[in-house]
Design a protein around this ligand. Structure first.
Ligand SMILES: [Zn+2]
Length: 59
C-alpha cells in the first residue's frame, strides 16, 4: 500500500508552515567605487569592480 498521510493537513497548519516561505527584500550594499547599490559579495554590475579591482570590462 502507498505511504499516505493519515490526516489531512488543516488550513491552519498548512498556512503556518508556509509562513516561512516568503522571501525578504534582497540585501544591498553600496559599491565603494561608483556608489551604486549592489548585491554583497558580488561583482558590481555598474562599474565591474570587486574589492577595488577591475574584474569586468564595462562599456
Ligand atoms: Zn560599482
Amino acid at each position: 500500500m502507498g505511504a499516505l498521510p493519515k490526516r489531512k493537513i488543516s488550513k491552519q497548519r498548512k498556512r503556518n508552515r508556509r509562513s516561512h516561505h516568503a522571501i525578504d527584500v534582497p540585501t544591498l550594499v553600496k559599491c565603494p567605487d561608483c556608489n551604486s547599490m549592489k548585491l554583497p559579495h558580488q561583482v558590481c554590475q555598474e562599474c565591474g569592480t570587486y574589492k577595488g579591482i577591475q574584474v569586468l570590462q564595462v562599456e
